[in-house]
Design a protein around this ligand. Structure first.
Ligand code: IVH
Length: 698
């Protein structure tokens, strides 16, 4: 890893925490990931490596402190009776051999000892725990973070593969409910508690048909069968799950009142005998050669299997061995997932389109001459960002090698015609959606649209933020109403919120709106015409300007107009970055925001409707009010922070750098370039003693 300073690491860790949390939410709550698993893993890895390098920077909300993502949707949460574990991965035969050897070493067996393993497909779905009590299904839960999942019982009851009751029998496949004896005197196949664990999945053909239906009805399109299965299962309304073709395959168990057998294979056969589906590719292998042979057989059959698989799972067959082996962190020592390698193909890059995300990020998407990769036709690839295009030297017309691994979004791994003389691709400097300038911040790879408030791609998100609790806090204007008003063409920019009253009569005619709800909404909006300054500024959604920074900025500039003047003035960025609590990153973002003419128009429009309160400082009025003071060198009787706080109490502003706007420099021993600059500019310079006197007298 490149050398990074502590400050850079702190900054990067803060961003990583935010970014990882956002992707967790997209993946777990919305089933709509924006990045591949591999990219996600890279973020987590970077976070871990930086934290290892700077242990003092580990944040309370660090992603490393969370066990996967705890469910946050509105489904009820349930604690698992026994944790739902994950599996370690292997990608080569050597790693499998090493796993077998490791198991034997742990069990203190000689290398040539006989240890049997089961081998079965690793299904690409989502794991689910089914709890039966005295043969009746009483609870079904998703994995969640492994300790706490979500209650999906009502939804699972609609899945035909999953029996509601366990009957004795030899049969494979589900025992239908209609065959259930009517009498209460039925005897369950398994008394007490039995938690069956397995994978809820959607078949490839059902997935394609579902997406076609979704497209026709304007519904959400799913990226792959696994997301479709997750999105279908994790529904508040079981009616939706019932309409989705979900399937189930068991691969293990959780809490059980009594052992299911002596071996993994016997236990799984037992579960199958209760009418719960188990993969027919589950076998027992006596040697690692047999395990690898089964892996190759499954890999060969992969394209013809009705569902997506990601590899083969091996498990130690003897359950007493499993018990002894136990687990490390969140994965058992007795299990391993042997993943399939990525599948590759070659094709032509026909175009590069730019998509603008909800946060303004410009993502290049490669349009390919469609090509089959591992049984799937691929026509689009994400090119990630500007740097990735440059790294691969991609131009339209290039031959490219692409790869697809599991459900990961296909990627370009190589440009096969790099040497051909053709013009380089030019990444846009304007947003294709709104024409605003698109820029990358220093040290950032992502190019973002700066027209946040007017960009249609960002409109919903921006409006939602503007009215959110931390910003203007307009009660009654929730996501649903915002979406409705955008759809009606009533809301394009934040100022339109204050013109919604012009649509009062039309709104009253709409379903779900009554006199009272409309009046309440309009009153809540009117109440915010005298908005709180910092909340208003925060609501504008300028990158890096949170509520604390908004306060810091207004503490210094008083009003939005003054802030804008400063941002647009010559040397404005420097002036901004000298505000206490504001660094160069914020300064650049504020500067870029106000330099975009579209944003100025939106702010003007807003200010014609809203009059934010000027910031009122709780500092006393002194001769120092409004003055700018810089502390430099080492202070002996107080800390730098204390000195700054004293300045603020006098109504002055403590800045980080000396400029023509500086009124006073307090210099301690060791003061260097700032002192020199102050002398050059003729700024008054005093020592710590004199400063203490000023404070005492004020
Ligand atoms: S065994 C303690 N067997 O893969 C071991 N898991 O990467 C827990 N999965 O969370 C699982 N097919 O959702 C097992 N045949 C299989 C599987 C399988 C898919 C999933 C499961 C688990 C994840 C671990």
């Amino acid at each position: 890893m490149a050398e990074v300073s502590e400050a850079e690491a702190a900054n990067r860790l803060m961003r990583l925490a935010r970014e990882i949390a956002r992707h967790d939410k997209l993946y777990h709550d919305r089933d709509a990931p924006e990045i591949s698993d591999a990219e996600y893993d890279a973020l987590v890895r970077e976070n871990r490596e930086l934290e290892a390098q700077f242990p003092q920077l580990v944040r309370a909300d660090s992603p490393s402190k969370r066990l996967g993502a705890a469910p946050t949707s509105t489904l009820a949460k349930v604690a698992h009776a026994r944790p739902m574990l994950s599996l370690d991965n292997a990608f080569s035969a050597e790693e499998v051999e090493e796993f077998v050897a490791r198991v034997k070493r742990f069990l203190a067996l000689p290398p040539d000892a006989f240890v049997a393993f089961t081998a079965e497909p690793k299904i690409d779905g989502l794991s689910c725990s089914l709890r039966y009590e005295d043969g009746a299904l009483v609870l079904a839960a998703t994995r969640g973070d492994g300790a706490v999942g979500e209650d999906v019982t009502a939804n699972v009851r609609t899945i035909w593969d999953i029996p509601q009751h366990l009957y004795p029998g030899e049969g494979r496949g589900p025992v239908q409910e209609k065959n259930r004896p009517e009498s209460a005197a039925w005897s369950p196949a398994f008394a007490g508690v039995l938690e069956v664990r397995g994978e809820v999945y959607m078949s490839k053909t059902d997935f394609e048909a579902l997406n076609e239906r979704q497209e026709a009805s304007g519904g959400k399109i799913f990226a792959n069968p696994r997301n479709a299965a997750a999105g279908s299962l994790r529904q508040k309304d079981p009616g939706i799950t019932a309409a989705r073709p979900l399937r189930f395959l068991a691969h293990g168990w959780g809490e059980v009142s009594e052992p299911l057998g002596d071996t993994q294979l016997d236990a799984m056969k037992r579960i199958e005998s209760f009418g719960i589906p188990v993969s027919d590719l589950l076998v027992r292998c006596d040697t690692s050669e047999e395990m690898l042979a089964h892996y190759r057989a499954i890999e060969k059959a992969r394209a013809d299997l009705p569902f997506d698989i990601a590899g083969v799972v091996y498990k130690v067959d003897r359950l007493d061995y499993q018990e002894r082996l136990g687990q490390v962190a969140r994965a058992p020592r007795w299990g391993l997932a042997h993943k399939f390698p990525a599948e590759k193909a070659e094709t032509t890059l026909e175009a590069i389109d730019i998509q603008v995300g909800r946060t303004g990020k410009l993502t290049p998407v490669g349009r390919l001459k469609p090509v089959g990769v591992g049984g799937v036709i691929v026509a689009n690839v994400t090119l990630h960002n500007r740097d990735e295009i440059a790294r691969l030297g991609l131009r339209i017309g290039d031959r490219v090698r692409i790869q697809r691994a599991g459900d990961v979004i296909p990627q370009v791994v190589e440009n096969l015609t790099r040497g051909e003389p053709r013009r380089a691709y030019e990444f846009p400097t304007r947003c294709p959606e709104c024409g605003s300038e698109a820029v990358a911040e220093e040290g950032e790879v992502d190019v973002r649209c700066t027209g946040g408030l007017i960009c249609p791609a960002q409109r919903f998100e921006r409006l939602r933020h503007f009215v959110s609790r931390g910003a203007l806090d307009i009660e009654g204007l929730g996501e649903k109403s915002i979406a409705e008003f955008i759809e009606l063409g009533w809301l394009n920019s934040p100022a339109d919120i204050f013109r919604l009253r012009e649509h009062r009569d039309e709104l009253l005619e709409r379903e779900g709106w009554k006199d009272k709800s409309v009046d309440n909404l309009l009153a809540a909006i009117e109440a915010k015409r005298q908005a709180d300054g910092p909340r208003f500024l925060f609501g504008l959604g300028i990158r890096h300007v949170g509520i604390v920074t908004a306060k810091d900025l207004l503490k210094c500039f008083g009003t939005i107009e003054e802030l804008r003047r400063a941002a647009l003035s010559e040397g404005g960025e420097e002036e901004l970055s000298s505000v206490q609590g504001v660094g160069p990153v914020v300064a650049e973002a504020v500067h870029d925001f106000f330099h975009e003419p579209h944003n100025r128009e939106v702010v003007d429009d807003l200010l014609s409707e809203v009059s934010p309160h000027p910031f009122v400082s709780d500092a006393k009025q002194t001769t120092w009010s409004g003055k700018t003071i810089v502390f430099t060198g080492s202070l002996e009787t107080m800390s730098r922070d204390e000195a700054k706080a004293q300045a603020e109490r006098l109504g002055a502003r403590a800045a980080g750098s000396v400029s023509a706007n500086t009124d006073l420099v307090v210099a301690g021993p060791g003061a260097g370039s700032k002192l020199k600059k102050a002398e050059e500019l003729g700024v008054r310079v005093i020592g710590e003693d004199e400063w203490a006197k000023i404070v005492a007298e004020a």
